[in-house]
Design a protein around this ligand. Structure first.
Ligand code: FE2
Length: 283
C-alpha cells in the first residue's frame, strides 16, 4: 500500500504537533448512520443492568469489573449528572450515556464495518503503523448540560505499549466547538514523557502511578474545534482534555485506538483480551 492519504505537510504537522486534524474525512451521511446506530444500541440497552458512571475526576468506574472487563464487550457508562444520589436516572435514557465501549469495532456490525474501511487502513498506514491492530473503540456522547469534563491526560497512560506506537482517531460525528466541549490539546506536548501509568494487577486492583508530578501547562492548551466529519489523530503522549458541556447541544464522537502489531501491548494495562479474542487489524 502506498502512502496516498496524507500529504507530506500533514505528516510533518503530525510529527510537530502530536495531533493532526483532517476535515471532511467522513461523509455527513456516514456520521448520521453511526449516530443512528448508537441511538439504537442505547434504545436496546437495559438501564437496570448496570449503573456505572464514567468520571475522570474521581475515577469511580475504575474499580468496577463492569468497566474493567469491557475491553471485549459493548458496555454503557452514564454521565455523573445522569443519576441521583440514590442511583436513579434523572434524565431521559438517551441523554444519560457518557460513552459506550470498548469493542464496538469488533462486535457491532455497523461500527465494525466503519472501523475497517480501506480509508481507515490507508490512514493507519500513512501514520506509520506497519501491521495495525485495532485496540479499543468508544462512542462518546458528551451530553447536553451534563457532559462531563475529561481532565488532561495522555492516552498512553491507559493504553501502554513498549514502543509507544498507539495512535488515537477521534472522529467528530457532530460539530465540536468550545460551546459543546471540543477537544483541547497542547501543540508539541507529545514530546513529554508519560506523566502517569494506570495499571491493573491480577487481582483486578487498579493503580495510578505518578511518574512526574509536575502540573500540565494548561495555558498552552488550544481548542481543537472541528466540523462534523473531521478526524483528529492523537499521538499516544499528546496531552489533551475536554471541558464540561454546559450547552444545549450534544457532541457525539467515535474514537478508535490502534497500535503497530510489531509493538508490545503491556500486560498490566487495565484493558485485557482473553486469548481467544486477540486484537485484529483491517481484515
Ligand atoms: Fe484521551
Amino acid at each position: 500500500m502506498s502512502a496516498a492519504l496524507l500529504t507530506t505537510t500533514q505528516q510533518e504537522d503530525y510529527q510537530k504537533n502530536g495531533y493532526l486534524i483532517i476535515r471532511d474525512f467522513i461523509a455527513p451521511e456516514i456520521c448520521e448512520h453511526l449516530m443512528a446506530r448508537a441511538h439504537q444500541l442505547i434504545e436496546n440497552f437495559n438501564v437496570a443492568d448496570v449503573k456505572t458512571v464514567f468520571s475522570t475526576q474521581d475515577q469511580r468506574h475504575a474499580k468496577q469489573l463492569y468497566f474493567l472487563d469491557s475491553g471485549d464487550d459493548i458496555r454503557f457508562f452514564f454521565e455523573a449528572g445522569a443519576l441521583s444520589q440514590d442511583g436513579e436516572l434523572v434524565v431521559e435514557k438517551h441523554k444519560s450515556i457518557n460513552k459506550i465501549g470498548h469493542a464496538l469495532h469488533d462486535l457491532d456490525p455497523v461500527f465494525n464495518t466503519f472501523s475497517r474501511t480501506h480509508k481507515m487502513a490507508m490512514l493507519a498506514h500513512d501514520l506509520g503503523l506497519r501491521n495495525p491492530l485495532l485496540l479499543q473503540s468508544m462512542y462518546i456522547c458528551k451530553q447536553p448540560r451534563i457532559g462531563g469534563e475529561v481532565t488532561c491526560h495522555q492516552d498512553g497512560t491507559y493504553l501502554h505499549t513498549k514502543n509507544k506506537s498507539v495512535v488515537g482517531l477521534w472522529i467528530a460525528l457532530e460539530d465540536a466547538t468550545q460551546e459543546n466541549g471540543c477537544l483541547w490539546a497542547i501543540p508539541g506536548g507529545h514530546t513529554t514523557p508519560l506523566k502517569s501509568r494506570f495499571t491493573r494487577n491480577m487481582q483486578d486492583e487498579t493503580t495510578n502511578t505518578v511518574l512526574d508530578d509536575s502540573d500540565w501547562n494548561l495555558a498552552n492548551m488550544v481548542p481543537l474545534e472541528v466540523p462534523r466529519g473531521s478526524v483528529i489523530v492523537l499521538h499516544t503522549q499528546l496531552p489533551h482534555m475536554s471541558k464540561e458541556n454546559t450547552s444545549a447541544k450534544s457532541r457525539h464522537a467515535y474514537t478508535l485506538h490502534m497500535m503497530d502489531g510489531h509493538d508490545e501491548f503491556s500486560n498490566d494495562n487495565w484493558m485485557r483480551r482473553p486469548a481467544n479474542k486477540p486484537f485484529t487489524g483491517f481484515i
